[in-house]
Write a protein that binds this ligand. Sequence first.
Ligand code: ADE
Length: 316
Amino acid sequence: QNEDKIRPEKLADYIGQKDLKGVLTIAIAAAKQRQDPLDHILLYGPPGLGKTTMSLILAAEMGVNCKITAAPALERPRDIIGLLVSLQEGDILFIDEIHRLNRVTEELLYPAMEDKRLDITIGKGQSAKIRSIPLKPFTLIGATTKIGALTSPLRDRFGLIQRLQFYQIDELTEIVKRSAQIFDVTIDQKGAQEIARRSRGTPRITNRLLRRVRDFAQVKGCKTVDQTLACEALDLHNVDRLGLDWTDRLVLSTIIEQFNGGPVGLDAIASATGEDAKTIEEVYEPYLLQIGFINRTHRGRIATEKAQEHLLNVGF
Ligand code: ADE
């Protein structure tokens, strides 16, 4: 019931990402004063940091609709055409994983973004004709975990390009408290901090861990979540003190034990662990890089001494 309320709906309720909020606050105010739609925005950074949430907030603040889709759902030209012609004036179109668009779809977006126009080719070869369809002004918000995989013509058509950062422990602690209130869970400061510390800088993980702690507290009949209870609940799920889960530790121990600490290529790690290479690169690796457990070199990945030490200490 309360589950869908954990996404903040107003910019003022969005915790963290101070720089991003600063930039967007100005963009919203300026667009509103001029009665223009927002400029096209590219949000990039690791998954789970709030790119979709931010788009929904922008739509709410601008008083427009937000249509959410992802590049893999835009396979045929008519998928993107249908979406674009259905937009009302000022609406936001959110495309997740925008680095995965196919070429035809991407090229349909260029005149749409730049001139509010769809250029549709009718027929083939010599007799092919281009028909232009006018579009209502709209805002495209693209989200990606891999900005380097975007073509420059697409990247250059965004007026705002913003990176989302991993969250600080104190910001995640605030998110735990906010979500706990919505879930009707009583939690003390140290309990909230423990969940925050184990969240890998990522609110999506924070809220997932909080749900598991809530289950644990409920079944054990505990009224208040404190640090001891949070630790017990999260240890049960093999989430260690730094928030690394079973897969994080498998990736690290594989590099250390099977490849002598590296350097080793991503594909070799993927086949040795049975994980998908893209998932390792986009989901697991960013945080391991951030905390200095992995280094990337031109010859592959290296597990650092810090990583070895941590694995020896966690004892799972
Ligand atoms: N829930 C998930 N992400 C959030 C954020 N950045 N602020 C507040 N609540 C959140």
